[in-house]
Each structure stands twice: as structure tokens, then as C-alpha cells.
Design a protein around this ligand. Structure first.
Ligand code: ADP
Ligand code: MG
Length: 284
């Protein structure tokens, strides 16, 4: 039997065996599965149609997203292989990424040293630059949606969860994302574009360098208010050991005014990368 890369198939259960649960999120559950024909391992995101309609995201939107994700081909983005639909669920069969998400990784490591943080951030901005060249905004960049390739290193990853991704048009204005990572223009109900992802990348870099969230709060309302007002503190003990260049890049990426914020491509030529990735080589 031939699995189709383009058609939406039925009978998911006939083609895959579920091994175990990998994670749970807003729209569904992710399982590790084995392809019955080839013994290949995949992750499958099972989305309940009922949940989709309950969350006011209709099925047509979901299908549009699937079309959009299928266009993506990048070493740091999980690949969507197959799509199944049953009467109750949609199943997205994607690459299985073995190293757990970046949230668990940073809990283990507490903080990243600057060289590893620079290696990681350079790759992340590379993905964002690729997405923005295709006029796609991810809109939910956060630790849980970044999957680590292995336990061996802390910078190889694949970006996952395109559930909120959208084609960038003149009229993007839906307030969405995760509290603590959202660009202020989204929270201020402005029209916005690809630079919302650059802001979230800045939040992620902040967390990698100091191990804390830049917009802490006791409840979602608290977090959203700080997030909207974009007041970031560098006064914690852990920032004393962070270089001026690294701190400066966090500030550039989390610039509150989108027009003054660099694009992902522009941010890639930040001097911090040059300094960490080239100058820091041992002298011969
Ligand atoms: P949601 O839209 O529900 O947030 P995600 O796609 O973010 O779903 O997946 C939720 C969690 O499941 C992730 O944080 C991760 O831990 C795990 N997961 C998701 N996709 C994969 C994958 N391809 N390989 C391994 N684990 C995954
Ligand atoms: Mg997610």
C-alpha cells in the first residue's frame, strides 16, 4: 500500500500503531507512532474536530494551515508527512523529534552559556528569516514549541506547532499567541506582520541567558499587562554575568515598536554572533 504525500487519507489506525503519548497542548494530543508497513517512527498530532470548532477555529482554517505547512522545507522545521481525517479527528503525521522540548531542556540546564545561546539563536533567526521570506508568521514561538533534536547538544532543534501560523497579509490582526511571548503590537490590537516572531525570539533569548521569564506575573492578566507594556528587567543577579552585546541583542529583538525592531535577517548580522561564534575560537 502506498501512503500519499498529498491526499488526505482515512484509516489512520490501519497504517500506524500508537506507542506512547509525547505531549499535550491546546488543540490535541501528540503520540509517538510506528508506521505498520515500514516500521518508521513518527509523531502524530491528533486534533479532535470537536475541539477545533469549540475553539472557534473552523475546519477550513485548519485545512488552510495544513496546506501552508506542507510548503515548508527547512532543516529546523518539523516536516509534515501525511494527513488523515476520520469522522472525529484530524491526524497530522510529522517527524519524531527525540530530545524533548526546549522548556524541559532549560529546566535541566538552568541557563545557557553565551556561545551555545548564540548558536541556538542564530539557527532560530535563520528559521524566522526563511518563514518571513515565504510571508508566513508562526505567531506562537515559545519554549514548548521548539523541539530538541537530541540529548547530545543544546542547540539543534526543530520548530513545531504551526497551529497559529498564518500567511502575512496587510490585515493580520487576530490577538493570539502565548502570554509572556506576544509582541506588544498584537496586544495593542494593531495590524502586524512577521516581526511578531522576532519579538518572541527575543523573549526566548532572555530566558536562555538568565533562566527566568522577562514578563513574570502571578496570573495571566498580570503577565499580559507586563508583556504589553514591554518593561523588561535586567537587574537580576544572573544578568551580571551576561555580556553587554548579548543584553543589547535581547533589547533589540524585544523592541516595543515593530518599525524599530530588526527583521530576523537584519538581526542575524548582529555583532554578538560574530563575537561568540568567530572571535571566540582558540588562538592558533
Ligand atoms: P499543541 O498545539 O497542542 O501545543 P504541539 O505541537 O506544540 O501541540 O505539541 C505539544 C507537545 O508535544 C510539545 O511541546 C512536545 O513536547 C510534544 N511534541 C510535539 N510534536 C512532537 C514531535 N514531532 N516529536 C516529539 N515530540 C513532540
Ligand atoms: Mg504547542
Amino acid at each position: 500500500k502506498h501512503l500519499s504525500k498529498v491526499a488526505i487519507m482515512t484509516d489512520f489506525e490501519n497504517d500506524f500503531t500508537v506507542i506512547k503519548e509525547l505531549g499535550n497542548g491546546a488543540f490535541g494530543t501528540v503520540y509517538l507512532v510506528e508506521c505498520i508497513d515500514t516500521s518508521e517512527m513518527f509523531a502524530v498530532k491528533s486534533i479532535s474536530k470537536q475541539n477545533v470548532t469549540a475553539n472557534h477555529v473552523n475546519l477550513t482554517n485548519l485545512m488552510n494551515e495544513i496546506k501552508l505547512i506542507r510548503k515548508l522545507d527547512h532543516p529546523n522545521i518539523v516536516k509534515l508527512h501525511y494527513v488523515y481525517e476520520s469522522s472525529t479527528h484530524i491526524y497530522l503525521v510529522i517527524d519524531y523529534v527525540e530530545g524533548g522540548n526546549l522548556f524541559s531542556r532549560i529546566i535541566k540546564r538552568k541557563v545557557y552559556n553565551e556561545k551555545i545561546a548564540a548558536k541556538f539563536t542564530e539557527k532560530l533567526l535563520g528559521v524566522l528569516s526563511y518563514l518571513s521570506s515565504l510571508d508566513i508568521a508562526h505567531r506562537d514561538l515559545k519554549l514548548e514549541n521548539i523541539l530538541m533534536v537530541s540529548e547530545e547538544n543544546d542547540y539543534d532543534f526543530k520548530l513545531a506547532d504551526f497551529g497559529l501560523a498564518a500567511e502575512v497579509t496587510e490585515g493580520l490582526h487576530l490577538r493570539c499567541g502565548s502570554p509572556g511571548y506576544i509582541a506588544p503590537e498584537v496586544l495593542r490590537k494593531c495590524y502586524y506582520g512577521s516581526k511578531v516572531d522576532v519579538f518572541s525570539a527575543g523573549v526566548i533569548l532572555y530566558i536562555l541567558l538568565c533562566g527566568k521569564m522577562p514578563f513574570p506575573g502571578n496570573n495571566i492578566q498580570d503577565i499580559l499587562l507586563r508583556n504589553r507594556d514591554c518593561k523588561i528587567s535586567f537587574s537580576r543577579e544572573s544578568w551580571k554575568n551576561v555580556s553587554k552585546l548579548a543584553t543589547a541583542l535581547v533589547l533589540k529583538l524585544t523592541e516595543p515598536v515593530a518599525n524599530f525592531r530588526p527583521s530576523a535577517k537584519e538581526a542575524l548580522s548582529d555583532p554578538w554572533f560574530e563575537h561568540q561564534l568567530n572571535f571566540a575560537l582558540p588562538q592558533l
